[in-house]
Design a protein around this ligand. Sequence first.
Ligand code: 6OG
Length: 161
Amino acid sequence: LFLSGDSTVYNLTFIIKGDKVLLGLKKRGFGTGKWNGFGGKLEPGETVTDSAVREIEEECGLRVRPEDLKLMGVNHFEFLWNPGVREVHIFTCDKYEGEIIESEEMLPKWYPIDETPRNEMWTDDVHWFSLLFGEIRFRGYFLFEEHSSLRQYLIVDLDQP
Ligand code: 6OG
């Protein structure tokens, strides 16, 4: 195991409309073939929210305002075979403008929140989705053994009495 490694910061946003969530099927790059929220890596000089606003528009065409992004959780991901930590800031957003469009990177589709395609998503998601959609903020740590299996994880919910 690596004790040190650079950390890279990402954003990940789940657009919500009533009891539905907009997911995108990733068509290229890291996580190809998986349904996920929209997001990516920060560019130099960007804040996490600026970057989320940009990634949402690039990947599904919707325009959101930074103040409408609600930070719900921060997850740290590590992979046994790869030094370095991915720090993913996870937002929900229920105010947006524009038309949903398929991009080169993502195929967007609405799913009922309780019928997301769990078998075609990252295996960590099942552990924090109920917190995300239950509006309970959280922090998580996930250590992946292989792309689809977790060796260890810990989730702390921050809004419990
Ligand atoms: P690009 O590499 O395309 O951004 N991401 C993860 N999302 C979930 N649900 N689980 C993971 O477990 C993830 N690792 C990364 C962050 C990749 C996008 O995927 C998210 C970004 O939004 C390992 O730039």
